[in-house]
Write a protein that binds this ligand. Structure first.
Ligand code: PLP
Length: 405
């Protein structure tokens, strides 16, 4: 008889977004007095840049001619040199050396953040920030690294609280060091971006204990403050302890197009084995690369024209973030994030629970947000708002919230 992976049966089964959907549908069915404005979504809304579309057209034409048709890509794990070199050069433009054979192109940072677990022993202890992007937690649970779910937390995970008191950046844990440490900066959901000094404490810790940092910088392009690292490799010592995940999803609107990359430095060695070689073996075996058309599209984001165009979209979202941040502040709320990230992390007023405040904003302002408690225990008492919406609708949502407070 076939036995299933029992770890999957331990998963609490997608609570947050289904529950939001249920509440929103119930309210709509009762007859919402105004059209709903959704500031809960973590998805982009602006179309792809013209330079990207042109590159896709050109590549599609190539695929339709025998002389320029492409099948399997024979280059590194299905990634074309033209894209890996462009990525390498984009690091170099910020003064960071990343070799082209350290760059692995994939269909998404979400898949890579989860799949990376394949190259590590099942008994590694995983640390996650709290609140957290749920992918790190659920994929750790699927791999048997999370223990049991007790209704609030996983018994096998180390939770690193990120609170207003610590500036939403985790303190080093006490006791035995975790083996794998997920850090996301700029952060989803809190919008906080780590400073060089903050990252350095973790890099030194990981090097001292032989841990590996799994660094998700999917939102690096949203950093506006000078001096905030865009890559963990800007921090001395990171090449011997960190793997970095990046994506074209939020940077260039590729959420439906699919392209991302992961950097595994050749200096990163554990138990005498190169993690770069292991990941190369893993991807080479289980993954045949991203479509040629999409790799050309991703390449186009690095041209001067492409850079200027994707910058416009990022600035549009960052302006929404400013409107939300300043508008909620003016309404007397305490808000964080929204400066180096498209997320605003807002304290609920008068000690309200995050679901309670979510319901109030839904029912009185017809604005959909995300309750912070859905991202982990330390998210209680907060809601997340996203800046990915339409500028006019975002202003309207903020005005409505101001009226009801
Ligand atoms: C959106 C997001 C990603 C990007 O995932 P893709 O699979 O590349 O679309 C990665 N990490 C975080 C924290 C995100 O919010």
């Amino acid at each position: 008889m076939t036995r299933i992976n029992r770890n999957f049966t331990k998963l609490p089964g997608g609570y947050l977004f289904p529950e939001i959907g249920r509440r929103v549908r119930a309210f709509s069915a009762e007859g919402a007095p105004m059209p709903l404005i959704r500031l809960g979504i973590g998805d982009v809304t602006l179309p792809l840049a013209p330079a990207v579309i042109q590159a896709m057209h050109r590549a599609t034409e190539e695929m339709g001619r025998r002389e320029t048709f492409r099948g399997y890509c024979e280059e590194t794990c299905g990634a074309y040199d033209f894209l890996r070199f462009a990525i390498r050069d984009s690091y170099l433009a910020r003064g960071t050396r990343v070799d082209d054979d350290e760059i692995f192109v994939s269909d998404g940072a979400k898949s890579d953040c989860g799949n990376i677990g394949d190259i590590f022993s099942a008994d590694n202890v995983v640390a996650v920030c709290d609140p957290v992007y749920p992918v790190y937690v659920d994929t750790s649970a699927m791999a048997g690294r999370a223990g049991e779910y007790d209704g609030e937390k996983w018994t096998g995970l180390v939770y690193l609280p990120c609170t207003a008191e610590n500036g939403f950046f985790p303190a080093l844990p006490e006791g035995k060091a975790p083996d794998l440490i997920y850090i996301c900066s700029p952060n989803n959901p809190t919008g906080a971006a780590a400073t060089r000094e903050q990252l350095k404490t973790w890099v030194d810790y990981a090097n001292a204990h032989g841990s590996v940092i799994l660094y998700d910088s999917a939102y690096e392009a949203f950093i506006t403050r000078p001096g905030i690292p865009h890559s963990i490799y800007e921090v001395e010592g990171a090449r011997t302890c960190a793997i970095e995940f990046r994506s074209f999803s939020k940077t260039a609107g590729f959420t439906g197009t699919r392209c991302a990359y992961t950097v595994v430095p050749k200096d990163l060695v554990r138990e005498g084995v190169s993690l770069n070689a292991l990941w190369n073996r893993r991807q080479g075996t289980k993954f045949n690369g991203v479509s040629y058309v999409i790799q050309r599209a991703a390449e186009a984001t690095f041209t001067p024209e492409g850079q200027a165009q994707i910058r416009q979209s990022i600035d549009y979202y960052l302006n929404n973030a400013r409107v939300i941040r300043e508008g909620l502040q003016a309404a007397g709320l305490t808000v964080y994030g929204g400066v180096d990230a498209p997320y605003i992390w807002c304290r609920t007023p008068d000690g309200a629970g995050s679901w309670e405040f979510f319901d109030r904003l839904l029912r009185q302002a017809c604005v959909v947000t995300t309750p912070g408690a859905g991202f982990g225990p330390s998210g209680e008492g907060y809601i997340r708002l996203t800046a990915f919406g339409d500028a006019g609708a975002t202003e309207e949502a903020v005005a409505r919230i101001q009226r009801i407070l």
